[in-house]
Design a protein around this ligand. Structure first.
Ligand code: F6P
Length: 356
């Protein structure tokens, strides 16, 4: 996120815009005052290697109300801001698009209430929104990768590598829970990257490719086969959103119990938690955030009142610009398909070329 902040400010300056930083996310937009500051080139120096976001972020309930959005609109106008670049997940991007959709009525009400002048009303009659997707979960449709996901994956791999060494020493089995909310991307990629024995994904509830038996049987068979081949450890990755075919959550502690009871293996559970969300960003994330920021500023400058708010993505290694709400609604359709157990549909929506 810091790389996006830095590059957005600098690309804006380079293209003749006047950038501002809004601190603490939408809360800062609603509060105004010293939460909205004009930004110069030097204000964003040294951010590339810092994890998280130095301008802060917050889940803001007030912004979900019309009153909150009206305060945000007033603060934007009073600071002379007519375009917002928002970096966030589908919730933040939907919120931004809603602000734009309501903009005219918010401005009219501010004028009626004498909070802005006729000139301000005319000058700020349109608001431009451009979205960039920042989330470790990589759960947004219509883009291959979200800002932060690659760094998080690196963090998970480092942690799994460490667990592998201690597991081998003690001939242990590790059941590792990773973040990702309802999306299994982090867990699946991490499992492939370290050669895990088994992974539980929200999108593919077990059993996989089996017509008989429960997943417990199949998993234990695989773990035992590895041991029989001389492997001194087992790694099982459980995504936090993993579910079984009845949509019940699969919990790491249950997996541990099964392994201990059936195979008698010394098993430990490790929940990686928020370490997955911090630390220095990967080189790829720095690059992605930087080139997407430049595209975001170009999109701001190209935007017209008629064009839908764009979202900057990446597909097949090319930076893309697609209508933000199209991406958000596709994301929701995927979640809906998963919640209806229509996993093939969910996969097809994510990747039209998908074959089971
Ligand atoms: O969306 C990012 C994420 O880290 C998810 O992977 C996780 O489920 C959630 O946020 C954790 O949220 P919190 O920091 O509020 O505990």
């Amino acid at each position: 996120m810091n790389c996006a902040v830095r590059a957005t400010v600098r690309c804006a300056l380079a293209r003749g815009c006047v950038p501002y930083l809004i601190f603490e996310g939408y809360q800062g937009l609603v509060d105004g005052g010293d939460k909205i500051k004009k930004a110069g080139w030097d204000d964003v120096r040294g951010l590339m290697s810092l994890g998280g976001t130095v301008i802060g972020t917050a889940r803001c309930l007030t912004f979900k109300t019309k009153e909150g959005r009206s305060k945000a609109a007033l603060n934007l106008i009073k600071n002379g801001i007519d375009a917002l670049v928002v970096v966030g997940g589908d919730g933040s991007l939907t919120g931004a698009d809603l602000l734009r959709a309501e903009w005219k009525s918010l401005v009219d009400t501010l004028l009626k209430d004498n909070k802005i002048t006729e000139e301000e009303c005319e000058k700020y009659k349109n608001l431009t929104i451009v979205g960039m997707v920042g989330s470790i979960d990589n759960d947004m449709a219509a883009t291959d990768l979200t800002i932060g996901a690659n760094s998080s994956l690196h963090r998970i791999c480092e942690a799994l590598d460490s667990l592998v060494s201690t597991a081998i020493s003690h001939q242990r089995c590790f059941v590792v829970e990773v973040m990702g909310r309802h999306c299994g991307w982090l867990g699946l990629m991490a499992a492939i990257a370290v050669g895990a024995d088994w992974t539980f994904l929200p999108e593919r509830p077990p059993p996989i490719n089996t017509t008989e038996g429960e997943w417990e049987d199949e998993m234990c068979e695989i773990l035992q086969t590895q041991r029989d081949k001389g492997n001194r450890k087992n790694i099982i990755v459980v995504c936090e959103g993993a579910i079984d075919r009845q949509l019940n959550p699969i919990k790491a502690n249950y997996v541990k119990e099964v392994i201990e009871k059936r195979l008698g293996l010394d098993t430990r559970v490790t929940t990686l938690g928020h370490v997955q969300r911090g630390g220095a960003p990967s080189a790829y994330d720095r690059y992605l955030a930087t080139i997407q920021s430049d595209e975001a500023i170009k999109a701001v400058l190209k935007s017209t009142p008629e064009t839908p708010s764009p979202m900057i993505g990446i597909q097949q290694n090319k930076i893309t610009t697609i209508p933000l709400m199209e991406a958000v609604s596709l994301t929701h359709s995927v979640s809906e398909a998963v919640s209806k157990k229509d996993f093939n549909k969910a996969m097809e929506l994510r990747d039209p070329d998908f074959k089971d």
